[in-house]
Design a protein around this ligand. Structure first.
Ligand code: S3P
Length: 765
């Protein structure tokens, strides 16, 4: 039966035919209309009343309950019928379409569908046409509603939703482009995927949750036929079961069509449910917490993906290098502040806390992206971790052999320390792991840890040139070695000591110069014996760690930016509280004092095995010096800021023996030299250092300009400090990574008197 103006109108040649005018087909028509689509849209539906309603709503121009009369003249056919009705519709189409209409490189007719499963629809097409037509592009808009029928059509149903297309190898590219354009007009984001992958992904993310919702509501309803308990059900029940109100016929069809993928998803779910059941039965709070904690974080992450205003979206935007700092010249430096927790100690507190027996309470934890990446990685290996809440973290240790295989690669972002220490720790586990990082970390050398670990018997693959990702094969028997480090690196030393915990015999590491000893101190604090004799430290494998509280001091590396700020700005007077002054970290204090800084340590004390003090600094003119070689490893992260001190001092400052700076988050010698050149500071670069000519007593020491931090947090912060003595504004680009070590840097800088603000450009700008 024909309804409305279905045949013969002028634009028939480019007509869109929607087969099945329910909510999905009707919303497509509505979205096309809303976008200004003027060509004819017709619909085929077994229910003439639905067609009538569609015409009245202005969605379609006409329709018919029979397919054949509508096919002629249609150039795009959208099948919006239930998956199980697809067989009949495909057969009707194959019979009605002229020969060759849907084949060739530029098929005259393009067919697509909206089915929730794809393999079953593909099989229907194969059966009907004898082969997959080149003009057939299977698709699936990931959008829906519990409502049904054309009356519920919503022109915004597909806006900002994903549509997955699953073209085959010989689908005509022109046909794919046509279908892609159709959905883009509706405001959807179009992706492509293979049929099988589509069905597996949807089985897990859509079909399984629907099955569970149907089952839960049905189970409760049967237990309580008068539906009394539903009266007491609150938000949790409503949220979890909303989708149980969906169209039963459609879902029967989906579970029938996607049977195998749904069963596989259900198997995994049942295994997980079984684990939780056992944890509840045994009252195993740690196991429950680990699961809930992982799930809660995963859910927040998922939320943030959906919610464009969330921190993850911001994070993504910043990751594209769109965060800049704008520092106005001048400003003052005064007050009393505490900078965030030490990054090195924060990483280690989670690592050792996780491997310990018992519960480790951490305070002062650095809530920066680097240490959070370490924390998240342990969650992914089954460790229950509460927090961080204002620097407090509770780690429920699982013991030396209690980590579980993560379900995918461990992403450590920008954190070199995480990747290198993890390499040692994971080499001793019974399962395989893969460590991946961001673009900057992916360029950094990992051979320095992979090579000695291999000598211990570890199996590690790296990408070319010893770069990440690191693929670590578990289940290897490690043996202790004596290793003479070719470079002064605390990360390499710590990596080997962590592997040594799992090795047979003794692991000994000799360092060419003293490097930070937080690992050794914390191991000792956790009851693990670590020996030292001169430049060598060692431990015996096979022991245990006992949880111990950790009080993370403020990071001297972060404090450095404010020490230098005060040291170069006339009139400054600043107190930095509770700063870690471990002797292996105080190169910056020694160097600034040698340059003549008025820097005093007060209130010296020890907390949790680490010395801390308040640092009081007042302005007095600095002088250039030759930086003593023995101070270089003790100030290795502080050089970007110290270069600014040098540029503001009287005379030349010379740095040598600092080739390690070239393999940090950026090549810090070159990155700083490039920035110094822009603001007009005279300098000479050498392979292992730099000479910097200071401005002396001139109030304005150098100019301003626009500087690329190269995504290196310390380069960005150093040039903010430079603004205090600059004659013009300094703008620093690509600053998002400041959050890796110093969240809240610009706010704190403003608190003491710097004139810095943040600018975020829109994505794509
Ligand atoms: C760190 C050691 C140093 C340092 C890094 C943190 C650590 O690296 O630069 O920021 O926590 O062990 P190297 O060991 O490569 O010198």
């Amino acid at each position: 039966m024909a309804v409305g103006n279905a045949h013969g109108e002028p634009s028939a040649e480019s007509r869109i035919l929607i087969v099945g005018l329910g909510l999905i087909g009707g919303s497509l028509a509505a979205a096309l209309r809303a976008s200004g689509h003027e060509r004819s849209i017709v619909a085929c539906d077994p229910d003439a009343a639905e067609i009538e309603r569609g015409i009245q709503m202005g969605l379609i121009d006409g329709g018919d309950t029979r397919l054949a009369p509508l096919v002629e003249g249609a150039s795009l056919i959208v099948l919006a019928v239930p998956v199980l009705a697809m067989r009949g519709v495909m057969a009707d189409l194959a019979a009605a379409l002229p020969k060759g209409a849907v084949s060739g490189a530029a098929p005259r007719v393009v067919i697509t569908d909206v089915g929730s499963t794809k393999a079953a629809v593909r099989d229907c097409a194969l059966a009907a046409f004898g082969e997959l037509p080149a003009g057939l592009v299977l698709g699936h808009p990931i959008a829906g509603s519990e409502k049904s029928g054309v009356a519920a059509s919503d022109p915004r149903l597909y806006a900002n939703h994903k549509v997955i297309l699953t073209p085959a190898a010989d689908t005509a590219p022109a046909a794919v482009a046509r279908v892609r354009a159709l959905w883009q007009v509706c405001g959807a984001e179009v992706l492509e995927m293979e049929v099988e992958r589509h069905d597996q992904v949807l089985a897990r993310t859509s079909h399984l949750p629907h099955l569970l919702a149907f089952s839960l509501v049905d189970t409760l309803a049967r237990q309580d036929e008068r539906l009394d308990i539903f009266r007491y059900a609150a938000g949790g029940f409503r949220d979890f079961t909303r989708i149980a109100g969906s169209d039963p016929v459609m879902w029967r069809d989906i579970f029938t069509a996607n049977r195998d993928a749904v069963l596989a998803a259900l198997d995994d779910f049942e295994a997980g449910l079984g684990r939780l059941r056992r944890a509840v039965e045994a009252g195993d709070g740690d196991a429950m917490l680990a699961t809930f904690d992982r799930a809660s974080h995963a859910r927040h992450y998922f939320d943030s993906l959906l919610n464009q205003t969330s921190y993850q979206a911001e994070y993504q935007m910043q990751r594209q290098g769109k965060l800049s700092f704008r520092a106005a010249p001048g400003g003052r430096v005064a007050g009393r502040i505490r900078v965030p927790g030490d990054k090195s100690i924060s990483h280690r507190s989670i690592m050792l806390g996780a491997l310990a027996e018992g519960v480790t309470e951490v305070k002062g934890f650095l809530e920066g992206e680097d240490s959070l990446a370490t924390l998240q990685a342990f969650r992914e290996m089954g460790v229950a971790i509460e927090g961080p809440h204002q620097g407090r973290v509770t780690v429920h240790g699982v013991g030396m052999h209690g980590l579980k295989a993560p379900s995918g690669p461990l992403y450590v972002g920008n954190a070199g320390t995480a990747m290198r220490l993890f390499a040692g720790l994971l080499a001793g586990q019974g399962f395989d792991t893969e460590l991946i990082g961001d673009a900057s970390l992916t360029k950094r050398p990992m051979g320095r840890v992979a090579d000695p670990l291999r000598l211990m018997g570890a199996k590690i693959d790296t990408a070319e040139g010893g770069r990440p990702p690191l693929k670590i094969r578990g289940g290897q028997k490690l043996k202790g070695i004596t290793y003479d480090m070719p470079m002064a690196s605390a990360q390499v030393k710590s990596c080997l000591l962590l592997a040594g915990l799992y090795a047979e015999g003794e692991t000994r590491v000799r360092e060419p110069a003293p490097t930070r000893d937080h690992t050794e101190r914390m191991l000792t604090g956790f009851g693990y014996e670590v020996h030292r004799d001169g430049d060598t430290c060692w431990l015996q494998g096979g022991g245990k760690l006992a949880a111990a509280p950790i009080d993370v001091p403020a990071d001297i590396s972060s404090a450095t930016f404010f020490l230098v700020a005060a040291a170069i700005t006339p009139g400054s007077n600043l107190l930095l509280e509770h700063v870690g002054i471990n002797p292996t970290r105080i190169g910056v204090i020694n160097i600034l004092k040698l340059m003549g800084a008025d820097l005093r340590l007060t209130n010296e004390r020890e907390v949790g095995g680490e010395p801390v003090a308040d640092l009081h600094i007042r302005y007095t003119p600095l002088k250039g010096i030759d930086i003593p070689l023995d101070q270089v490893p003790l100030a290795i992260d502080e050089f970007p800021a110290l270069f600014i001190a040098a540029a503001s001092a009287n005379g030349v400052t010379r740095l040598r023996g600092a080739e390690e700076l070239r393999v940090k988050e950026s090549d810090r010698i070159q990155a700083m030299a490039d920035g110094l050149a822009i603001i007009g500071v005279e300098h000479t670069v050498v392979e292992d250092g730099i000479d910097i000519v200071g401005a002396g007593d001139r109030e304005v020491a150098y100019g301003g300009g626009r500087i690329d931090s190269l995504g290196d947090h310390r380069i960005a912060m150093a040039f903010v400090v430079a603004s205090l003595r600059a004659g013009d504004e300094i703008v620093i680009d690509d600053c998002a990574n400041v959050a890796t070590s110093f969240p809240g840097f610009t706010e704190l800088a403003r608190v003491v008197g710097l004139r810095v603000s943040e600018e975020t450009q829109e994505v794509g700008a």
